[in-house]
Design a protein around this ligand. Structure first.
Ligand code: UD1
Length: 367
């Protein structure tokens, strides 16, 4: 039983489902969507773009506080487990649905496999960090994306036998979708915006971490920095619903010049891939984008103090700059001068991670 809940889960699950089906013998899978993300922009369009099948079951939990959302997923997931009696529950990533379904399954004695285990930001103020720590403690089989993850897990007392270094399924999706990526100019035209904005060098922006966008002063500071960057480099800013509503709530709508910053709704997978692949630089606080830019060889400045994906800094194109305006402007200037970080693609970020997971899962589950 494979579980997805929120946007960053979908690109991880698509290649896994394909690999389970392609395995010899095929490994039958059910897809459960918790409904943590539910609207067209955050969920439905991504299913289409990624070729994900319709979920066999949608728990339709929707939005809520962390406690409400986690509890509601648990409450609705339990009868599904009772009904389908899977031999294993497979969860991905670090969202509330990941932890909620893991807790339900382990307490019922159903083995849990966690894909993208062992990543740690060591920042317990991040809700995702709590989800990661707790999921990994109780899950039975842990698939990692980079070798440092096993060191994190070992430090938490997790036996090495539970860990399998499989690589990055997110990059499986990226490699499979590259030829289908939508041209940036077309994406802007689709939204009635001036496509000339992306005819030369441009930057892509996403921001949605609560620590960056839920506080009025911090969000204002960040938008001020983006306005400064936009004087030298036009920006395409794909707005997460949380960010859009906070910009409106805090009255910050006029801070960005529409002639220099294209504001878009949350983008489909193929649109975002096209925008990132064509960008001179990406400015973000997303975990997924840090990895995707490394795979694409596009410089990325991460507007966070820490990352749970250190390999993107050590080997890839990522630089952590926190909320430091000077570092941001310097980073953008370096890219415009042609000195952006190029990096290399990490081990096992090769488009075949899901196949390795399917092969291991079969061995592990075999009676
Ligand atoms: C969740 C994940 C985060 C991930 C992010 C990607 C957790 C703890 N966080 O955060 O790790 O990076 O998804 O987006 O699980 N909303 C919509 N439409 C939707 C879903 C949500 O408009 O389909 C709005 C709602 O107003 C909601 C807000 O977005 O309150 C936030 O959604 P929520 O699922 O609580 O968390 P995210 O910030 O998206």
């Amino acid at each position: 039983m494979c579980v997805v809940g929120a946007r960053p889960n979908f690109m991880k699950m698509a290649p896994i489902l394909r690999a389970l089906a392609a395995h010899q013998p095929p490994i039958p899978a059910l897809l459960v969507h918790t409904g943590q993300h539910y609207d067209t922009d955050m969920s439905k369009k991504l299913f289409v773009d990624l070729g994900l099948p319709q979920p066999d079951l949608n728990l339709e939990v929707g939005s809520g506080s962390h406690a409400q959302q986690t509890a509601e997923v648990m409450r609705r997931f339990e009868p599904a487990l009772d009904e389908y009696k899977p031999s294993c529950v497979l969860v991905v990533g670090d969202v509330n649905s990941t932890l909620a379904c893991t807790l339900v399954a382990v307490k019922k004695g159903v083995p849990v496999a966690h894909v993208e285990a062992g990543l740690r930001s060591y920042d317990r103020k991040m809700p995702e960090e709590i989800n990661r720590l707790l999921t990994d403690q109780v899950a039975d089989r842990l698939y990692t994306t980079e070798r440092s993850a096993a060191d994190n897990l070992a430090r938490e007392g997790i036996a090495l036998e539970r860990i399998c270094f499989a690589g990055n399924v997110m990059i499986d999706s990226l490699e499979a979708s590259r030829p289908l990526a939508r041209a940036p100019a077309q994406t802007l035209r689709d939204h009635g915006l001036d496509s000339a904005l992306v005819s030369g060098a441009y930057g892509v922006v996403t921001l949605h971490r609560p620590s960056n966008v839920d506080d009025a002063a911090t969000l204002k500071h960040l938008l001020g920095l983006l306005a400064q960057v936009a004087q030298d480099l036009p920006l395409v800013f794909a707005l997460h619903p949380r960010t859009r509503s906070n910009i409106e709530r805090f009255g910050l709508q006029t801070m960005l010049d529409p002639a220099r910053v294209a504001l878009l709704p949350p983008q489909g997978y193929l649109e975002m891939l096209g925008l990132m692949a064509g960008a001179a630089i990406v400015l973000t606080d997303s975990g997924g984008l840090q990895e995707e830019t490394t795979a694409l060889g596009v410089p990325c400045l991460t507007l966070r103090e820490n990352t749970e994906r250190p390999i993107t800094v050590e080997q890839g194109t990522n630089t952590l700059i926190g909320l430091n305006g000077e570092a941001l402007l310097r980073g953008v200037a370096e890219v415009l001068a042609g000195h952006g970080k190029r990096g290399r693609v990490p081990e096992f970020w090769d488009g075949h991670a899901a196949e390795r997971i399917a092969a291991d899962l079969w061995q592990w589950l075999k009676p």
